[in-house]
Design a protein around this ligand. Structure first.
Ligand code: ADP
Length: 423
């Protein structure tokens, strides 16, 4: 009998201990839960983003302080009301549609994505927001929680960037238009100057012939000696000299007009992009200049020249001008070396060619100017119209590339041409 009582007592003691453990465990869980809830509450309260939860019918269940700030409503004013009160049309109508569609089809169009919409404040004003919606299952019930980010500043930045891009595109179009107009103007003026120039050429030739006939006439013994003498002096002196000046002037003008026509053509001709074997192009140019190269005893060194996509004729013009200039502006006081190659450290997608000489060099103040029309540095060195580099610049620009020079007076110049591998 006593034994049984003892057993029972032990059983009860064990059950008691178990119960106490369970209670302690439950208290621990409850504390942890309460802590978690408090933590969540603290996060919701302190977060700078609005957090709104709604039920399946779209009625607001919670509205954190950041949401109150954003929308200008207090939580009390919105809880239990349809969330569409925070949206201007057409978002408000769409929202009801989404919810209804989701209810009947299960298609979640709003869940998980950051969507840019407009929010409506208590005072009726609207502002851009980004919504990130998630679905939360609470037992058999579902609620939707939305994080609301005010993107007014981001939008303003995007808008001003867009406006700036638009402005730049406009300016670019304007510039292209004006360049085309200038080129057309240069073309028509040069073209119009051609015919009077041809007349001048023809008539000065006629004048030359007339002078020859006059010289023959003046050998007629029947003319008085003093008149013959004076006429001969006039003919051989002033007249011949003047005729010479006229012809030289006409030739120079004709060269300028030709160069201007070439320049306007460089901007106007339609490009036919194709693979251009630059190595072969350069070899052809060097071969055509062989006479000058031999005469000036130039050591021409050609490195690796990869192909690019571009207009074959235009690119040939570029290299012909640069190599031609390298030959024109050599320094006779030292053995001439001209190198053509590609420079290392290239930018991906581009090839940078160079044409280097050890000639006269160019003062730094002229590095930019020489690419403009009629800008010459070494006027006394040789003939030239000061248009070659302007043509180079225009062609390179049309290939969306870049041309520049590095040079030191008395040491030489290196012209760089960077071209995209494809245009
Ligand atoms: P042009 O050679 O007909 O004068 P360009 O437009 O080709 O016209 O060149 C403009 C000027 O730039 C030249 O007059 C010359 O003074 C200078 N220049 C061009 N290339 C070189 C070079 N390789 N070395 C020194 N000066 C150069």
């Amino acid at each position: 009998m006593e034994d049984r009582v003892d057993d029972r007592t032990t059983e009860l003691a064990v059950a008691n201990a178990n119960l106490r453990r369970e209670v302690a465990e439950r208290e621990r869980i409850e504390l942890a839960l309460r802590e978690n809830v408090a933590r969540l509450q603290a996060i919701l309260t302190s977060t700078v983003n609005g957090v709104i939860t709604i039920d399946e019918r779209g009625l607001i269940e919670s509205f954190n302080p950041a949401a109150e700030q954003l929308f200008g409503f207090s939580a009390n004013e919105v809880i239990g009301r349809n969330v569409t009160m925070l949206m201007p049309p057409p978002f408000a109508d769409e929202h009801d549609g989404y919810l209804a569609a989701y209810q009947s089809t299960g298609v979640r169009r709003l869940i998980g994505i950051g969507r840019e919409v407009l929010g409506k404040r208590k005072d009726g004003s609207t502002f851009p927001i980004e919504l990130i919606v998630s679905e939360v299952a609470l037992g058999a019930r579902k609620i939707y929680s939305s994080i609301v980010l005010d993107i007014t500043r981001r939008k303003a930045a995007e808008d001003s960037l867009q406006a700036r891009t638009f402005e730049l595109a406009e300016a670019n179009r304007d510039l292209t238009h004006r360049t085309a107009e200038t080129e057309m103007f240069v073309y028509s003026v040069s073209h119009d100057l051609r015919s009077p120039l041809v007349n001048l050429q023809g008539f000065s030739k006629e004048l030359g012939k007339a002078c020859d006939s006059l010289a023959t006439l003046l050998s007629d013994e029947r003319l008085p000696g003093d008149i013959r003498q004076t006429a001969r002096t006039l003919l051989a002196g002033k007249m011949t000299k003047s005729l010479g000046f006229i012809q030289a002037g006409v030739l120079r003008l004709s060269n300028i007009i030709d160069a201007l026509l070439r320049l306007s053509r460089a901007g106007r001709v339609e490009y036919r992009p194709q693979r251009v074997d630059v190595a072969r192009t350069v070899a052809r140019i060097v071969a055509s200049l062989q006479g000058t190269i031999a005469e000036k005893r130039v050591d021409v060194r050609i490195g690796e020249l990869p192909a690019v996509i571009g207009d074959a004729t235009a690119l040939e013009q570029v290299f012909a001008n640069l190599i031609g200039n390298a030959l024109n502006y050599l320094d006779p006081s030292r053995p001439a070396v001209i190198e053509v190659g590609t420079s290392s450290g290239e930018i991906a997608g581009f090839v940078t060619y160079f044409v280097r000489d050890n000639g006269l060099g160019i003062p730094a103040a002229h590095f930019q100017k020489i690419f403009q029309v009629f800008q010459r540095v070494h006027t006394g060195v040789g003939p030239g119209e000061g248009i070659g580099l302007a043509i180079v610049a225009r062609v390179v620009e049309r290939h969306r590339g870049k041309v520049w020079v590095e040079s030191a007076v008395g040491e030489g110049s290196t012209f760089f041409v960077r071209l995209p591998r494809g245009i």
